[in-house]
Design a protein. Structure first.
Length: 392
């Protein structure tokens, strides 16, 4: 049974063979065309061509298609009886176009080969990757938890051009795609949030198809080129598309001079349940996004002393610090008491209004003060700019 490595090796071999065949075909056609041009020159304008050869013996190698067309148009005007020279010129243009198409195909295959080499384990690995594998250490990016509110966002600096070593991955849209990479490098992970920032920067809708296609799609999206990854998770009726940098994306970001930090999603997976609580992690990311939209600074999985394990720390515009639990379940008496001991009250974000009502009743039955909101209300913007739906 073929393994992934076997299939990858076969694909790479096929690409190499295809590139070789195309290159040989292009070179053979180029030689034949130049020979045909030289024969035509001797046949229809032998004296003029001999005069050009006396000036430069390497015409056959040096003249471009434009030089050949200029020569034939100069030595064989319509008035001298060669009325079909324009047909020859048009055919020459067609041949040049065909040659350029072959060259473009070779370039595409080279790019695909390089991309597959970047994405395939054990193929064309960089020295730093090989060193990490030999040492057996898992790379840990430096975390940054205070991402700042989107309403007063500080834009990252994006170079005017992609790094030269990776320019082939960005034939167009570098200004937008580079900003996407910079935002992910800063710790953001929700496609909708990054899309909104892209829209704000370039004066378009963040939900427009042209913006969405920059992230994912079958052809030239960042994901299709192996620069970012994406995964979608459902939280109640809401969906969250999570994005992050692949190894190739991290290399590009570092080549741009950006500090690559772990995203909120990566931090949640590392410190708060890993792959066992993906739905809960997605809910936390959605809440963090909406809290930033309402002017808060956000830290996911904050470290505190004591038994409390809050999901989020908010710092409001007025400087108030609020530890929040993002919950979908019930019967969390110990959790509510620990949160109240930490800050004097419970702050809760539920998945929807029904879950919020049930959890608020549970907290009130313990005699604990608090405030509550839910993702459904935040997404529908029922709060009129407020973060909390109720306080008691």
């Amino acid at each position: 049974m073929l393994t992934t490595a076997d299939v990858t090796e076969v694909v790479l071999q096929d690409l190499v063979e295809a590139e070789k065949r195309l290159r040989e075909l292009a070179e053979a056609e180029n030689r034949d065309l130049r020979a045909a041009l030289q024969l035509a020159a001797y046949t229809f304008a032998g004296e003029e061509y001999e005069a050009e050869l006396r000036k430069d013996q390497r015409i056959l190698d040096r003249w471009t298609p434009a030089d050949w067309m200029a020569f034939f148009q100069r030595v064989a005007p319509v008035g001298r009886g060669w009325a079909d020279h324009r047909v020859l010129a048009e055919r020459l243009r067609q041949v040049v176009a065909e040659r350029d198409a072959l060259a473009a195909e070779v370039l595409r295959l080279r790019e695909e080969l390089a991309l597959r080499a970047q994405l395939s384990p054990g193929i064309a690995a960089d020295d730093d990757d090989a060193g990490a594998a030999a040492g057996g250490e898992q790379r840990q990016e430096k975390p940054r938890h205070d991402l700042g509110p989107a309403v007063s966002f500080r834009w990252p600096q994006v170079p005017k051009r992609p790094p030269r070593a990776y320019a082939r991955y960005f034939p167009r849209n570098w200004d937008r795609e580079g900003l996407i990479l910079a935002l992910i490098s800063s710790g953001l992970c929700l496609r909708v949030e990054i899309g909104e920032l892209i829209g704000r920067r370039f004066g378009v809708s963040g939900r427009a198809g042209s913006v969405k296609r920059l992230f994912v799609g079958k052809q030239r999206s960042l994901e299709a080129r192996g620069i970012i990854y994406s995964e979608v998770h459902r939280v109640g009726r809401a969906g969250a598309m999570i994005v992050g940098l692949t190894d190739l994306g991290r290399k590009i970001a570092k080549a741009c001079g950006w500090e690559v930090v772990e995203t909120e999603w990566e931090r949640l997976k590392r410190l708060h349940g890993g792959d066992r609580q993906l739905k809960h992690a997605a809910a936390v990311c959605i809440f963090a996004y909406h809290a930033r939209r309402r002017g808060c600074k956000v830290e996911v999985v904050p470290q505190v002393e004591g038994p409390a394990e809050p999901d989020v720390l908010l710092i409001t515009g007025g400087g108030e610090r609020i530890y929040v639990e993002v919950e979908a379940g019930r019967e969390k008496e110990a959790k509510w008491r620990n949160t109240a001991d930490l800050q004097g009250f419970v702050a809760l974000c539920a998945v929807n209004d029904r879950a919020r009502d049930a959890l608020v009743r549970e907290i009130k039955s313990l005699g604990l003060p608090g405030r509550a909101t839910d993702l459904g209300a935040l997404i529908a913007e029922k709060d009129e700019g407020r973060l909390w739906m109720e306080e008691w």
